[in-house]
Design a binder for this molecule. Structure first.
Ligand code: COA
Length: 260
């Protein structure tokens, strides 16, 4: 599959999708959103892909937002479609059964912040700036930002970011629990690899179960979430990988999971 505004590469089970519109700081126009959807769906169905990494081309931006020129030219009906498509993309990413890591190598603003929020793990370079500046354009986040940010950090911080529109530093994002790691710009790729590599060797059913129980469980009552956890736990225990993992522990050796 080839794309105009993305590059994709799979190495060692890690599939990296790079948004490539550097002249526009990787802003998401309609075509790039469509390409991201196709690239990620394609990777999600590929057994060789164990982890997906999303990043931006160049050293300045992850994604500087939805494409402002395109937003400006939309009718209200087109704007609704644009928002719904963006939301569908972000929801699809969040609900994948493979871990998705955002490698935030610079500005993650508006739709870029929303893309990062939909990923399961986030690593930021020290020069990254994250924010929801839509209010300064007379609009609001439309790719799930108001919903995911409040769930991650609560309404006090979510409203400060969305109403103020001012981006925050990578360090502040780390303090708030918005990113998992902050590293020097030159060390971002290595830090992401270090996070991703063990996941490429993990038992796929355990990875799937943890992602789904954690994320689906967060939006349902506790009792229902606990029932989901029990069901997924039992399913993990029905796998050959459970026999391998527990056997390897008892035999004091490294497990070799096979995804069965
Ligand atoms: N949509 C469309 N184009 C964008 C863009 C976006 N979200 N973000 C940046 N660009 C374009 C700029 O228009 C400029 O294009 P040009 O060279 O053709 O004029 C190019 O990318 C470089 O951006 P520039 O503003 O010159 O870089 P900068 O270093 O001075 O500022 C930012 C960087 C990120 C602070 C600034 O580009 C910005 O505020 N971008 C918009 C962020 C935003 O509001 N996102 C939410 C959108 S809903």
């Amino acid at each position: 599959m080839s794309f105009e505004n993305l590059s994709v590469v799979t190495r060692g089970g890690i599939h990296t999708v790079t948004v490539k519109r550097p002249a526009k700081l990787n802003a998401l126009n309609g075509q790039t959103l469509q390409e991201l959807y196709a690239a990620i769906i394609d990777a999600s169905g590929d057994d060789k892909v164990r982890v997906i990494v999303i990043t931006g081309a160049g050293d300045k931006a992850f994604v500087a937002g939805a494409d402002i020129g395109e937003i400006r030219s939309q009718s209200p009906v087109e704007a609704r479609r644009f928002s719904q498509f963006g939301q569908n993309l972000m929801s699809m990413i969040q609900s994948l059964d493979k871990p998705v890591i955002a490698a935030i190598n610079g500005y993650a603003l508006g739709g870029g912040m929303e893309l990062a929020l939909a990923c399961h793990l986030r690593v930021a370079s020290r020069n990254a700036r994250l924010g929801l500046p839509e209010i300064k354009l007379g609009i609001m986040p439309g790719f799930g930002g108001t919903q995911r940010l409040v769930r991650l950090v609560g309404s006090t911080i979510a409203l400060e970011l969305a109403l103020g529109g001012e981006p925050i530093s990578a360090e502040r994002a780390y303090e708030l629990g918005l990113v998992n790691r902050v590293v020097e710009a030159g060390e971002l790729e290595e830090a992401v690899q270090n996070l991703a590599a063990p996941l490429t060797k993990a038992a796929p059913e355990a990875v799937r179960a943890i992602l789904q129980a954690t994320l689906q469980g967060a939006d349902i009552p506790l009792e229902a979430g606990l029932a989901l956890e029990t069901a997924r736990f039992a399913l993990c225990c029905a796998t050959e990988d459970m026999q391998e993992g527990t056997g390897a522990f008892l035999e004091k050796r490294a497990p070799q999971f096979k995804g069965r």
